[in-house]
Write a protein that binds this ligand. Structure first.
Ligand code: FAD
Length: 471
């Protein structure tokens, strides 16, 4: 009888621990993946990301087919339905083993508890693996055995364990003998989706590898100097393949270390800085498991729940659509809408503007990003929003509010990025693009600023002041 491999956010054949282990069992592997459209809707995932996920499933189908591993792509409503289908297929195939990589969000974990319970009742052995982080969530703790709440000590502890854990990525499974469907089963025809091709983003695992290699070869060395300038496009943009699981963090770290003279910590500044960002990614995932209330729209710092956010639907809509009259914020939002991705510096500027200058609840911004980002990921998105709103673990101190105009002059000095995403301002001299005057705004048909900077700043300071004086 075959073993069943269940794919989730790990849509790749290389360095996939569950798939690798399944293929080692000496039995044929049958694989399955679900499109759970109602669940996705409930999780606020946008259509462009769903399209990309479906494209990634189709690509995975082909890579597995080349190894004679059939992939069933089933469309079901939600996690509950996927649980039932797993029980069905285990029984129909007579499979005695189920393999998958863990997911860490609350609903996903609940589903897996139920799946394990069903499997136990069916006499099926479940084997689960960690692949989303190099070090399993829960395994990096302080001396008291408690999870870290702050990045720097987390990073230190992580580094101490990560070296030995960073072994070579696992190979893809070998070609197996063609799978013969049992006589009593009609060979299921997988509806290999025909998703639209995204104009900007590939859903192929091979392309993700190439993107990683290009980044390492061409941009990683200067990363520490150039990463903060949105116009330079100097970051890896690997967050999208990472969030689909086309690539594993191990593959990224392993490649970086190889080109960093074998060093995970230290070495060349560009590589070290990039590795630190991947550790931020791990930190936020570890937090999500240690503090599951983060999955339930709660602030990491409960005392910040007293902040009185403004109910301002028109201003929120203006922010969403890039009509705030702050060119750098509007350009950032346009990048999100057009590319399905936003540069990290701009995510911080835009999120801080929404939560401080407009004093709008970070949860609204988080949901909007979640819907439009192709790298949308609960742990990192929530972490980034709570950092910007000063409600999070190790967040920006609430009294240190970015001035969007200074940020603009510093990180888009030539105004080229603004001109690219707010073309109405492209005719202005570069220096005027950060803060056009009234006449220039009228001429370009560009809105006046939604809030005056010092007024917005003071209003935020007053609202956050309830938290008490900064120490
Ligand atoms: P690079 O600079 O090349 O970094 C390499 C990798 O490190 C990234 O692909 C990512 O996996 C990880 N990384 C980098 N910066 C961070 C960070 N600050 N936190 C966590 N991981 C990081 N990242 C997401 O993957 N999904 C999200 O939904 C998301 N939402 C965010 C929301 C806000 C408000 C903020 C401030 C940040 C958010 N980030 C999110 C983190 C970061 O902005 C993106 O990971 C990064 O911009 C992706 O671009 P890149 O792949 O070129 O990154």
């Amino acid at each position: 009888e075959p073993v069943l491999m269940w794919f989730r956010t790990d849509l790749r054949i290389h360095d996939n621990p569950a798939l690798h282990a399944a293929a080692q069992q000496g039995r044929p592997v049958v694989a399955i993946v679900f499109e759970t459209h109602h669940q996705w809707a409930r999780h606020g995932i946008g259509p462009r990301k769903i399209n990309l996920m479906r494209a990634a499933m189709a690509s995975l189908h082909d890579s597995l087919a080349a190894r004679n591993i059939p992939l069933l792509i089933e469309t079901v409503a939600d996690f509950e339905a996927s649980r039932q289908r797993i029980a069905h297929w285990l029984q129909a195939l007579g499979a005695r083993q189920l393999f998958f990589n863990n997911e860490y969000e609350v609903n996903e974990r609940r589903r897996d508890i139920m799946v394990c319970r069903d499997a136990a009742a069916q006499g099926v052995d479940v084997q689960r693996f960690h692949d989303q982080c190099l070090l399993a969530p829960g395994s990096v703790n302080n001396k008291a055995g408690l999870p870290f709440r702050v990045y720097t000590p987390f990073r230190k502890a992580w580094m101490a364990d990560a070296g030995p854990a960073l072994t070579a990525p696992l190979p893809a499974p070998a070609v197996q003998a063609p799978f013969e469907w049992p006589d009593h089963l009609l060979m299921p025809v997988s509806s290999v989706a025909e998703p639209n091709v995204d104009p900007l983003w590939s859903a192929s695992e091979d392309d993700a590898h190439q993107q990683l290699q290009e980044f390492i070869d061409e941009r990683a060395r200067q990363y520490h100097q150039e990463r903060d300038f949105p116009g330079l496009d100097s970051t890896s943009r690997l967050s999208v393949p990472l969030s689909l699981g086309l690539l594993s963090p191990r593959q990224c770290l392993y490649a970086a270390v190889r080109f960093n003279d074998g060093r995970l910590d230290g070495g060349r500044s560009g590589f070290q800085t990039w590795i630190n960002e991947l550790v931020w990614r791990e930190f936020y995932r570890h937090l999500l498991v240690a503090f599951p209330e983060l999955c339930k729209h709660r602030a990491f710092k409960p005392e910040t729940e007293v902040i009185r956010w403004r109910h301002a639907p028109d201003e929120f809509a203006a922010w969403c659509e890039g009509r705030t009259g702050y060119p750098i914020v509007d350009a950032a939002q346009q990048q999100l809408l057009q590319e399905g991705w936003m540069h990290n510096r701009l995510r911080m500027i835009s999120a801080m503007f929404l939560t401080k200058h407009l004093l709008i609840d970070w949860r609204q911004g988080e949901a909007f990003f979640n819907q439009y980002l192709l790298d949308a990921d609960l742990a990192s998105n929530n972490g980034g929003w709570q950092w910007s709103a000063s409600t999070g673990a190790d967040g920006a101190p609430w009294f240190r509010i970015f001035n969007p105009l200074l940020q603009s002059r510093k990180f888009d000095a030539t105004g080229e990025f603004i001109a690219r995403f707010v073309p109405a301002l492209a005719s202005l001299p570069p220096d005027s693009r950060h803060e056009p005057d009234g006449l220039q705004r009228r001429r370009c048909g560009y809105p006046t600023a939604i809030v005056e900077h010092s007024f917005g700043r003071q209003r935020a300071l007053d609202a956050f002041g309830v938290l008490g004086k900064p120490v």
